[in-house]
Design a protein around this ligand. Sequence first.
Ligand code: 4AZ
Length: 239
Amino acid sequence: LTFCLTLHETQISLYYSNRHTCGGSIITSQWVVTAAHCVHNYRLPQVSSWVVYAGIVTRSSAKMAQHTGYAVEKIIYNKNYNHRSHDSDIALIKLRTPFNFSDTIRPVCLPQYDYDLPGGTQCWISGWGYTQPDGVHSPDTLKEAPVPLISTKKCNSSCMYNGEITPRMLCAGYTEGKVDACQGDSGGPLVCQDENVWRLLGVVSWGTGCAEPNHPGVYTKVAEFLGWIYDMIEEHNGI
Ligand code: 4AZ
């Protein structure tokens, strides 16, 4: 048993201008991890335009239940983020007031330094992203799906991403496609259970299309950013 749980408890919906924009994961009482590409296009980060909805399963309930919405104090994206290569696609969001942790709002554990799990390890993704690549279907209810990790060696092979996977990325999914993250899932969690602890291994980042054969989902490798995460939390006064 552990204090850190997932999936529904750690998954947040990040709203920008009253619309679901991305997913994210709760890591401490006042901090959320998301993807840099979710926040970096907004050149003047108007923190007042952003709201973090926690402890919700249906998006429609987010709009109605005001009490689940948390105001944003600060958005910090990784300065090494490269929007062409998608490298270092990670950002941190600090809330103005701490989460009320409960059965439905809880943090996920971070991985340890140098943490690696072998290809084939079963992990999970979740989100409110498109359920069809055409974007017609955006579910109201949070979806979750199992996806196995794919080794970087395999993912970088010429039939997959042909060298585009940097050491700061992870691949997960199926060679045959069919199950994947898609637009709207970005920033959300890829979690794996190890010795009864759920850990945030990845952040939904990119991929060629959605659920296509030989193009699994690509995730920011959280273990490569632990130093940065702890530094930022300390610099911006604590958990
Ligand atoms: C996106 O556009 C996106 N299939 C997220 C994840 C994936 C593809 C696209 C992975 O945000």
